[in-house]
Design a binder for this molecule. Sequence first.
Ligand SMILES: *Cc1c(COP(=O)(O)O)cnc(C)c1O
Length: 376
Amino acid sequence: MPEPHTITIPADLLPSDGRFGSGPSKFRPEAARALAERAVDYLGTSHRRAGVRRVVAELRAGIAELLGAPEGYEVVLGNGGATAFWDAASFGLIERRSHHLSLGEFSSKFVAVTAAAPHLDDPSVRTGDFGTCPPLEAVDGADAYCYPHNETSTGVQVPVRRPAGDDAAVVLVDATSAAGGLRFDPAACDAYYFAPQKALSSDGGLWIAVMSPAAVERIERLGASGRWTPAFLDLKLAVDNSRKDQTYNTPALATVFLTAQQVGWINGNGGLEWAASRSDRSAAILYGWAEASAIASPFVADPAVRSPVVGTIDFDDRVDADTISAVLRANGIVDTEGYRKLGRNQLRIGIFPAVDPADVEALTACLDHICERLIG
Ligand SMILES: *Cc1c(COP(=O)(O)O)cnc(C)c1O
């Protein structure tokens, strides 16, 4: 078998952009260039003044448009990414007991947060095998339902909906690797929250949430209940500041700008339907290739829950997926490695809207080239 670094992929097979990571993901060079143009009048200026607040306002309005926020829903933002939002939700959105779907690394991390919170009852958890989506059912005593729209570690998408027969609870959907790439019914959840460095191909450090009136009411009620809450994680402070197009403490101005750029790019091209269709095309290419291949197959067996934004591809034992990733990396195609903790002979490919479907086509040609040489 040839050494990985001795396999050179012919230049005419290579994609125009070699970034296929699942987060941080490829962002468009145009967005970074637009930021550079604002290096002297936006970067390095006060986040409490009009110059920055206008960009925050543009971002909030753009998100509401992109995600089709229903009347009365609000776009709220704060610092610390989706991980900070889990902690904040454990104080400001979960009253006593949450119910979770746990189907991979990220959904299980939110379970760990609520299980450890001393002010909450033990969460109820419905666990699904990796690569599958457990059903969402109403649970007695649960006041918040929590699941990801897309489980980034396994490449499984979960339908956004409310549990039948429970209208009083709030539904919290982690959309970090979904927002702007997957279609959904925004009225079917109360907090659709995400960090912008995955599906929205921007940079990290921020969380953004589209919140229903019921979510804001819950935040206000828990805020007034006397429950001790660290100010940094206080969702009431986040709502109040967001209404003024600010964050409680200083945000990464570059992340705010880059996210607004990406949202503007999608809205200007036709919005969520356009973006989701682009990822659908990439997914059809990637999974179609795997299904036709003699050595590869989609990891997620049920096509209905197979993610159109994060593709997980298993390889049979004639080839080693880590070697394939190493060859790709040596040829400038990066971040195709599988999720470590899954422990499978697998590649994971980010096919968010920023990725050009033609580059996914090129990637499959590169995979054929490498596999032919590895098998000999
Ligand atoms: C990456 C990821 C997170 C964590 O995001 P951070 O910004 O690193 O906190 C949470 N949920 C999902 C689904 C993710 O993919």
